[in-house]
Design a protein around this ligand. Sequence first.
Ligand code: A3T
Length: 147
Amino acid sequence: MRMLLIHSDYLEYEVKDKALKNPEPISDEQRKGRLDEVLAVFMSVEKVDESNPDEVVEKAVKEIKDVASQVKAEKIFVYPFAHLSSELAKPDVALKILQKIEEKLKEEGFEVKRAPFGYYKAFKLSCKGHPLAELSRTIVPSGEAVS
Ligand SMILES: C[C@@H](O)[C@H](N)C(=O)N[C@H]1[C@@H](O)[C@H](n2cnc3c(N)ncnc32)O[C@@H]1CO
């Protein structure tokens, strides 16, 4: 999994068109979303993650918690983003992993939103620009090589 973490004044998105034949079903309310004072986490789930999804979820949550504590962010935006890797996991596996990450972050007490999966989306982002505002992380299951 590849993650781009941007500490932001806000992130807002608006769903445009389907980017998959069968995107995640969403309510009208989910067609737009915004969080202020947020750690935005753009995530590409990778093929290598399919070998141990639960471990990747645990590792991703740990990394996100670590960065959130360093930048003192209490809100997280989980943003499916297919542009950080050329070896993407299958959509059904990717969605499950992202849903589990969202769930675990909520259990940890964060306010969490997740952008809808399988769509083209317009978004606006205001990066805070401090030294820790733009970070990336690569996560793989144990025993797998980072490509
Ligand atoms: C397109 C662009 O504007 C938008 N931002 C977009 O990326 N949409 C992606 C993700 O929501 C999701 N998706 C599919 N596979 C994956 C994967 N392996 N990891 C993460 N997301 C995935 O399916 C869409 C098409 O790839």
